[in-house]
Design a protein around this ligand. Sequence first.
Ligand code: AMP
Length: 558
Amino acid sequence: MRSTSKRINWSSSDMADPTTLLAFAETAAAIAGTSKKLEKAALLGNYFAALPDEVLAVAARYFSERVFPLYDQRTLNVGFAQLRDAVRALVPASDDEIRALSVRLGDVGDMVAELLARRPPPAPGWTLPQLQALFDELAATGGSKAKVQQLVAALTEWTPLEARYASKLMMGELRIGLREGLVEDALARLYGHPLGEVSRANMLLGDIGETAVRARHGTLSTARMRLFHPIKFMLASPIAAPDELAQTFAPPYFVEDKYDGIRAQLHKDASGRLAIFSRTLDEVSHRFPELHSDARGLPGDLLLDGEVLGWRDGRALPFKEFQQRLGRKTVSPALLGEVPVVFVTFDLLYANGELLLERSLAERRSALERLPLEGSVRLSEIRVCESADEAAAQFEPARDRGQEGLMIKDPRSLYKPGRRGQEWVKLKRALATLDVVVTAVEWGHGRRRHLLSDYTFAVRAGEDEPTLLNVGKAYSGLTDAELAEMTEWFKAHTIRDFGRVRLVEPRIVLEVAFDVVQPSPRHKSGYALRFPRIVRLRDDKLPSEIDTLEAVKRLAGV
Ligand code: AMP
């Protein structure tokens, strides 16, 4: 590969120490400076190669936008407010100025760097292990004030460039066009391993840092499953009508109800330790106390995939009722009685030392059916259908049972974490729906003129291509209370304010229903949804999980 002019020769004696925060920040800035994936990987590889093991582990996590390993549930709880207060202790800035800067730059790290550039810079000197010690301390500190004090002490010693990237790390986003997948790719190239081996070890270990060190020492293949960190969920592609099924894969079809709750992953070990993770990979165990004892009662070490949903008198509760159980820190005994939940499991990814996700769904299902599942941790029902018509005939009965529709799966398929393929498809309402992210908002009219009520939304260009392409605009579907709450959020997360219209941070995921998809020059995607309406806010989904242009094209019949 052509060497880039920006690449730094860490091994030459006059170069700075690669283990410093400055070296990390310079590498990050160089990576931000190129849009070419190969060049990013080369810059990263060049930097990683110069680091001792212990710092390599830290740097690999940082470039994956993590300050702790994934399996480590600690959080910094540092946000815009703490960084703003800390920087203001060193450089005076008015509220108006801060607001204007944050709108213009749209990034806290850039704002901190710009403000710190107003004072004479200290000499850079921090190392990455020192930065890690600060993160450990911040995670162990309770109050916001105490955190601000720790930040002030650090910012005093950082140059603007060091502060820019340390702040971005604390906010959880470097914004240099890297994802964990690209860090895995850089490691694979640097140490000469197939990418699949690096990703597999990372998935098993839940730590890109340890994975990096193993890649260096050639010990990826001896990595063993570590429970209690979330594994990315396998996802399904939408189909608009039952007759599309025949084009996806050949029978037999495993047909299950599409339960209307939230996706969840249940980890348990023989000692009785238990963790439930949500689709956004957050631990939610404490929210569902009624599942704990039945889950702990299962034999051995297990990792189950499934859906948590409201369940009463042998029947699923509508999502609206179940929703009361979400978004709360503590669940009152009254609510526990009113809206009881169950965990319906439909997949077994790991059991007692065996990594089942690398086996076919048919094999995984057999292993799942051998477990003594009962009470609040129950088995999903499946029907094995030999034709698309037979599968489609299950749709109405599923709706009658109060479910959202059907999930149809290929029994030959392996479990592919984080992938949305054609091996699992979902058939929902009679109408098609897409998951999209809001990119721009507009003030409403009449009664809604004080609300940012008109949403422009986008899909992703591709599964591995995060560019957002607008596909439509929706005006209705949310209640005034929801709109008012969203208006505040959008005001605080505006990237550019054009008066009537605001570009906003693409973080709010919606499920939109529509009649048909039509080709359209109006939107970047080349398509527009006809009569779109918002079905619901999907705060259980990340923007990285929304539908892609391919799904739009398929729904358009292209
Ligand atoms: P959606 O949230 O509409 O994208 O549909 C995919 C989601 O359906 C999954 O993430 C699960 O939360 C949910 N789901 C419900 N029932 C099943 C099932 N039987 N198999 C897989 N996913 C299911």
